[in-house]
Design a protein around this ligand. Structure first.
Ligand code: LRY
Length: 229
């Protein structure tokens, strides 16, 4: 097995926990994300998704699990914010992460290009790196497969202007991408309960990412408070 195959073998049928806190969030701190990831590992997670080189470096100190790395960055004039340009990909590659995830929606990127224009350049620059396509629709996943991404995620379903209001997790999209493409389908976005996690595995996904429901206590608190308001 090549080491890339090994990474997907380790993730198969298992849970990935996303440990992220943006600067405006209360838990923003590499130390805290390192502890979150360590707790997730002790709890049985088999992969971590993390944002930014500082968090990833801290997580690597105590956690020996495959890492999906992203860099979230806002640029004026584009809605694309998950690993939007080559600059963020270069940083993640230099740091060394098992899988680099990036926005693979049809939206125009900060450099004025589409994913279909830039992915061939990314692939040529980093032929052996695994890339995850963060998609919002089935059509985007189909295009990402054609472009040569290594795995397909539903991360941005519900988060693009043309998918807002979609019920999450997007089980329908997951079932279709798991059935139609011979590369791993990754459920990500809006999984709040163990039952929902079982449902997405039931439609054939390779692995699933849970973030907020495990690692964003402010959002978890809000759900409890809303229940009694
Ligand atoms: C849309 C967007 O920015 N998603 C981000 C992608 O990395 C994260 O903020 C999410 O927490 C992650 O996708 C996991 O999803 P959920 O937190 O719903 O389990």
């Amino acid at each position: 097995m090549s080491s890339n195959e090994e990474i997907f073998a380790r993730l198969k049928g298992n849970l990935i926990v996303s440990c992220q806190a943006l600067p405006e969030e209360p838990l923003h701190s590499p130390y805290i994300m390192g502890r979150m990831a360590y707790a997730a590992m002790l709890g049985g997670a088999k992969g971590i998704r993390a944002n930014g080189v500082a968090d990833i470096q801290e997580i690597k100190k105590t956690v020996d699990l495959p890492i999906i790395g992203i860099i979230k960055k806002d640029y004026e004039g584009s809605d694309v914010f998950i690993t939007p340009t080559m600059e963020e990909i270069d940083h993640l590659y230099r740091e060394g992460v098992d899988i680099i995830a990036l926005d693979a929606t049809k939206r125009i990127r900060p450099d004025g290009k589409t994913i279909s224009e830039i992915f061939p350049v990314i692939r040529e620059t980093y032929p052996d790196q695994l890339f995850m396509a963060d998609c919002s629709t089935y059509e985007e996943a189909a295009e990402a497969y054609r472009l040569g991404f290594d795995c397909l995620g539903t991360t941005l379903s519900g988060y693009t202007a043309y998918t807002t209001g979609k019920e999450l997790p997007d089980v329908e999209m997951l079932g279709k991408i798991a059935a139609d493409f011979p590369i791993p389908a990754i459920a990500e976005g809006g999984i709040w309960t163990p039952e929902q996690l079982k449902t997405v595995f039931g439609v054939g996904v390779h692995t699933a990412v849970v973030g907020t429901a495990i690692t964003r206590p402010m959002e978890i608190t809000k759900r409890f408070v809303q229940a009694i308001e």
